[in-house]
Ligand binder design. Structure first.
Ligand code: DAH
Length: 443
């Protein structure tokens, strides 16, 4: 499953000189149509027809898909835990269109302009201002602005990434916000406050909020932060127990996200290793203050459904989530969402590995060639039978100084055996596409 991309300042990948456009998305393409709306393309456009074909599949809403079962269990947990006068306090948004603005996905969440998560090599841009959401947190501000204070956002997110059994460019997240005003947070201690006395949000000259102190944001009191932190951690440990059983071992790891402070990640000990399951924290006050009266404090978290479902049901390959094979789906047709299920492989079909190696043109080096562009191209031509693409070798010829790369492409169909001849044909098509797009010479 994809790592939490927004947490660190990863080294900025070097932009490549040549721009990847697949055969399927020719350079002449000027608009992209999504749900009856035309979007003008520009030099940022890198979304491919293949990726767009996944929009609307909504695996998290398909009965009998493991992601949908995990979604229901999470929603049920929050409904059970937070019911006020018989009504759930959390509203659930699970059908929001994945097309968002860069403002929603980044700016509103205080993600700096030069943050690596904005790079073209990491996101699917429709154009300079519009992209397929890279996280469900992209909807946080619009929902807060609409007046909501407790809500879950569930849906498909899109990130360009490597290819292997745990990574797929589309996956599903649950993101949440829970906000409280002073009367609710300190209902039995009316003399406590959310904000420090010297912080006055209505006065632009007042103390600015800072995150220098690792314990809290400068605007918040320690009492308010600690109480929110303990609620947040209790609620999330409760969720892990509801999903993995009472005895699940866990640990909190300090983290950084631009939109929360302090921030943490929760890891669970599962099958002899620590597995990172979510990111969370206290929402930066600037985000809440930009929206409204600035009289509340909120916590937020985000988790990936694939990672949970793969662990809970022992599903070995992320691509299986997309399977329409009845041998897979029938195993998850259950009446009781809490039933114990262990996935039994329908049958394991053999892998087939072919290498591809090529000389780069003079404009590219082994270090400036963007792997994610290459992965997208391979997946575009090869489709879902691409199980993995691994960089095998980088080579610089000692005399000619020419640069060369070698990748292994692992092919496997999830539902039948592939013949070598069939694989060779697709491999050849990939070679042709790579030659055409990057001007390389196959070795
Ligand atoms: N959006 C983050 C990611 O996808 C995960 C996350 C972290 C969501 C902290 C949150 C949060 O709401 O508070 O990497």
């Amino acid at each position: 499953m994809t790592k939490l991309l927004f947490r660190t300042n990863r080294a900025i990948a070097i932009q490549v000189l040549s721009r990847y456009k697949s055969n399927a998305a020719p350079l002449t393409l000027t608009t992209v149509r999504i749900r009856d709306k035309d979007h003008i393309t520009d030099e940022y456009t890198n979304v491919t027809p293949k990726i767009l074909s996944y929009l609307g599949r909504n695996l998290h809403l398909q009965k009998g898909n493991p992601l949908s079962i995990v979604r229901q269990r999470i929603v049920e947990y929050f409904y059970r835990r937070f019911t006020h006068r018989g009504k759930p306090t959390f509203s659930v948004y699970d059908n929001l269109l994945p097309v968002v603005s860069t403002k929603q996905n980044f700016d509103d969440l205080l993600i700096p302009n030069d943050h690596p998560s904005r790079l073209k090599s990491d996101c699917y841009y429709i154009n300079r201002d519009t992209l397929l959401r890279a996280h469900m947190t992209a909807h946080q501000t619009e929902l807060l602005r609409s007046g909501l204070d407790n809500f879950l956002m569930i849906g498909d997110v899109y990130r360009r990434d490597e290819i292997d059994s745990t990574h797929f460019p589309i996956f599903h997240q649950v993101d949440a916000v829970r906000s409280q005003r002073k009367e609710e947070l300190f209902c039995d201690k009316p003399d406590l406050e959310i904000f420090e006395p010297e912080f006055d949000s209505s006065n632009p000259n007042a103390l600015k909020n800072s995150i220098m102190d690792p314990m809290k944001q400068s605007c918040h009191t320690l009492e308010a932060t600690k109480l929110m932190e303990s609620q947040l951690k209790n609620h999330l440990i409760g969720l892990c127990k509801a999903l993995f059983g009472e005895n699940i071992k866990h640990r909190w790891v300090e983290a950084y996200f631009p939109f929360t402070h302090p921030s943490w990640e929760l890891e669970i000990y599962y099958e002899n290793k620590w597995l990172e399951v979510l990111g969370c924290g206290i929402v930066r006050n600037e985000i809440l203050a930009n929206i409204g009266p600035n009289n509340s404090i909120a916590y937020a978290f985000g988790l990936g459904l694939e990672r949970l479902a793969m662990a809970m049901y022992k599903i070995p390959d992320i691509r299986l989530m997309w399977s329409t094979d009845s041998g897979f789906l029938n195993q998850f047709q259950i009446e009781n969402i809490n039933a114990n299920i262990t996935y039994k492989p329908v049958s394991v079909y053999p892998q087939c590995t072919n290498d591809i190696s090529f000389w780069l043109p003079e404009t590219l080096t082994v270090d400036t060639f963007t792997n994610n562009d290459f992965y997208d191209l391979v997946r575009d031509v090869g489709g879902d039978i691409i199980e993995q693409v691994k960089l095998k070798d980088k080579f610089i010829h000692p005399k000619t100084k020419k640069h060369s790369l070698c990748y292994s492409i692992v092919y496997r169909h999830l539902e039948r055996t592939l013949t070598q001849a069939e694989v060779n044909k697709i491999h050849k098509q990939i070679e042709n596409a790579v030659v055409k797009n990057y001007n390389v010479v196959i070795r």
